[in-house]
Design a protein around this ligand. Structure first.
Ligand SMILES: Cc1cc2nc3c(=O)[nH]c(=O)nc-3n(C[C@H](O)[C@H](O)[C@H](O)COP(=O)(O)O)c2cc1C
Length: 193
């Protein structure tokens, strides 16, 4: 029996997204059973229907948080969702077990390149060094984590990025989605053993 997979798209403006949109499109093709929730379409002035978001999480066995890397973290919209949805009594607290045992997979795209994410370069640290606060959020809620998937150099600027550059980003986005799908399928297979 296949697992329930929930994809949370944390992009604040999906209509302006190139990389993330292609990742979500390809993921939906590879994992047709997965449910996708676009936070930008589920918010009204930065508020969420917390009960509906929590119900979606309750049903999931594995959750993907997809987001463009903004200032070394999730975009503000996704941070807001984390703050209000992963609430006391639901996600954490002595009697809160709603998320226990579920898997979280972080999926992110960066504007900067792989060479920038190292000591002495513009980002100073490797990308992994920025992820512990998000991974710890999962652990604090009793979740487990699958291997994060990220892609560098995914910024596509209209009027600046040429057609070849855009095609490269779209191709990398599809590879990114395939890596996520493989990680999830491998996990499903392990669970069935
Ligand atoms: C507000 C903002 C902050 C950003 N911060 C970072 C950053 O910290 N590191 C980085 O590599 N790229 C950063 N970027 C670039 C985005 O990560 C990049 O544009 C995005 O991953 C492309 O995906 P999309 O086509 O789905 O929007 C930032 C972009 C914006 C608009």
């Amino acid at each position: 029996m296949s697992k329930n997979i929930l994809i949370i798209n944390g992009h604040p403006a999906p209509e302006k997204s190139t990389a993330g949109s292609e990742i979500i499109r390809k993921l939906s093709e590879l994992l047709p059973e997965a449910q996708v929730r676009h936070l930008a379409h589920l918010t009204s002035g930065g508020s969420f229907d917390v009960a509906a978001e929590q119900a979606a999480l309750r049903q999931a066995d594995a959750v993907v948080w997809h987001f463009p890397f903004y200032w070394y973290s999730v975009p503000a919209l996704m941070k807001k969702w984390i703050d209000v949805v992963l609430a006391y009594g639901f996600a954490y607290g002595s009697s809160a077990t709603a998320l226990h045992g579920k898997q979280l997979l972080l999926s992110l795209t960066t504007g900067a390149g792989a060479d920038d994410y190292q000591q002495g370069a513009s980002m100073t640290w490797p990308l992994e060094a920025f992820l512990p606060p998000l991974l710890q959020t999962a652990y604090y809620c009793g979740m487990k984590t699958l291997k994060p998937v990220w892609s560098y150099s995914m910024i596509c600027i209209p009027g600046v990025t040429d057609a070849a550059g855009r095609e490269r980003i779209l191709a990398d986005a599809r590879i990114h989605a395939e890596r996520i799908a493989k990680e999830l399928r491998d996990w499903e297979r392990e669970e069935q053993k």
